[in-house]
Design a protein around this ligand. Structure first.
Ligand code: NAD
Length: 478
């Protein structure tokens, strides 16, 4: 057992609570810890304390707030190994990738520390004797509710943007990565004035109770079903809502690309983080002219991936977060196979402990199958052969989600047509995980609402006040 797990166990054991969640390692089922659930009074008190602290934090100069976010980035960087280790133990991600996730979180915090003080309003062209302006102000108290699949990187973006713009934050990390969330929250919280930052432990009930409190903004990254519940709760309290939710991202493979290269792109997109990424490739539409070669190459790639515990440096693909998710993934695969999909590799539950699922390639999938309609969140690549690029675009646009899409094509005309026509927030041409820094997009339909990253995230955590400042008519110098 690593030192960090000893510290965590000691602190958690001393916690005052009546409810506990038991967390096990998805690689072998060994215990990671018993997590104390924040009692309802603790949730209410955290929000009350945040309201008390918010005005003082809002008046703190932007450069001082930015300095605190920089300090948080430094503290997290100093604990990169502990945070990555806990991530791997709690959700299975190979440790080198988990470290990259923590490093991405540190970089994001630094980015918001730089951008925060530059976030500004406009002066307006009013009367000569008046001053007219639009000023950004912090919203007040932000509830930040996050998932387990990239726990540090996702949390750091929201927390950094919320804090640097002058909001107090009540943070509710996922119950599936509670130690990671707890350590992250502790590193950030101890650098801030009392009440400005609190971390809550627990699952959906704790999250739901938080959303019933008088928050000014709720930022949720997680599943669409939860996002909808949060939107309903916010409709009652009047909180602003930012939702970054599920996806069912298509990959379109045009007739003119090299099938081997396209298979590499598909494998990266479908199998990275065992498919547990919001922008994972979840369905593939390949032109029938190259479909055979593409499927052969993708199957070969999938079969070569080394599956094993995330804490083994040789593993390229860890287990899924738990058996609950594995059951959902396998049910979709089984249903597809029963309906006529042909498994080219994978698709069988392995023997042994843990929540491992093999990289799986399914040929001959159809729109009726859940594996093409619902988010899978596992290492599954369902493939559909299509007769034309137009047909691929039509099928890619099918369904409820609108997060992102990737198109592999040598045709500028097809690339242009694709980015114009696809109803998603992000379109990537010829690069499955590419994108320039500073980009931001709004997800569409069931994938959420608002800017979840980029400079525009600062707008989400602020609200605009327009000011008209005119002199009083009879004012004169004394
Ligand atoms: P989830 O929505 O189940 O859980 C996320 C958080 O919401 C957790 O902290 C959870 O405890 C909390 N929660 C659950 N029910 C709640 C309720 N009723 N009220 C308030 N809070 C509640 O999602 P998950 O399984 O942790 O994460 C996986 C999902 O997240 C996938 O759908 C994935 O696509 C999505 N995701 C999206 C993005 C994005 O940027 N669009 C990024 C990462 C993950």
């Amino acid at each position: 057992m690593r030192d960090i797990e000893r510290v965590l166990t000691a602190e958690w054991t001393a916690a005052q609570t009546e409810e506990w969640i038991t967390k096990t390692d998805p690689a072998d089922g060994s215990p990671v810890g018993r997590i104390p659930v924040t009692p309802p009074a603790g949730v209410i008190e955290a929000v009350r304390a945040a309201h008390d602290a918010a005005p003082g934090w809002a008046r703190t100069s932007p450069s001082a707030r930015a300095a605190a976010v920089q300090d948080a980035a430094r503290a997290i960087e100093e604990h990169i190994e502990d945070l990555a280790w806990l991530t791997t133990r709690e959700m299975g991600r190979p440790v080198a990738e988990a470290q990259a996730g923590v490093a991405a979180g540190v970089a994001t915090l630094r980015q918001y520390a730089e951008l925060g003080p530059l976030h500004r309003g406009h002066s307006l062209a009013g009367d000569w004797e008046a001053t007219d302006l639009m000023a950004y102000e912090p919203r007040g108290v932000a509830g930040v509710i996050t998932p387990w699949n990239d726990p540090v990187a996702v949390s750091c973006g929201l927390i950094g943007a919320a804090l640097v713009t002058g909001n107090a934050v009540v943070y509710k990390p996922s119950e599936r990565t509670p130690g990671t969330g707890w350590l992250l929250g502790r590193l950030i919280g101890e650098l801030l004035p009392p009440g400005v930052f609190a971390t809550l432990c627990g699952g959906p009930a704790v999250g739901a109770l938080l959303t019933e409190q008088p928050l000014d903004v709720i930022a949720h990254v997680g599943s669409t079903a939860t996002g909808r519940r949060i939107a309903l709760a916010a409709a009652v309290t009047g909180a602003a809502v930012l939702l970054e939710n599920g996806g069912k991202d298509p990959l379109i493979v045009d007739a003119d690309v090299d099938p081997g290269w396209a298979a590499e792109q598909a494998a990266t997109g479908a199998f990275a983080n065992a498919g547990q990424l919001c922008t994972a490739v979840e369905r593939i539409y390949v032109h029938e002219r190259i479909a055979g070669d593409f499927l052969d190459a993708l199957t070969k790639q999938a079969e070569q991936i080394r599956v094993g515990p995330g804490w083994d440096p040789d593993s390229q693909l860890g287990p899924l977060v738990d058996r609950q998710l594995r059951d959902l993934v396998h049910a979709q695969v089984r249903e597809a196979v029963a309906a006529g999909a042909q498994p080219r590799c994978g698709g069988e539950l392995p023997d042994g402990p843990g929540a491992f699922y093999p990289p799986t390639v399914l040929a001959g999938c159809t729109e009726q199958m859940a594996v093409l309609r619902e988010e899978t969140f596992g290492p599954v690549a369902p493939v559909v052969a299509v007769g034309s690029f137009e047909e691929a675009l039509r099928q890619a646009d099918f369904g409820d989600y609108g997060l992102a899409a990737t198109v592999l094509t040598g045709s500028v005309a097809h690339a242009q047509q694709a980015w114009r026509e696809l109803a998603v927030g992000t379109v990537k041409i010829n690069d499955v995980f590419g994108g320039a820094p500073g980009g931001a997009a709004q997800p569409r339909r069931a994938s959420g609402a608002g800017f979840g990253y980029g400079p525009e995230l600062l707008d989400e955590f602020t609200t605009v006040k327009v000011v008209h400042l005119a002199p009083a008519p009879h004012s004169h110098r004394a």
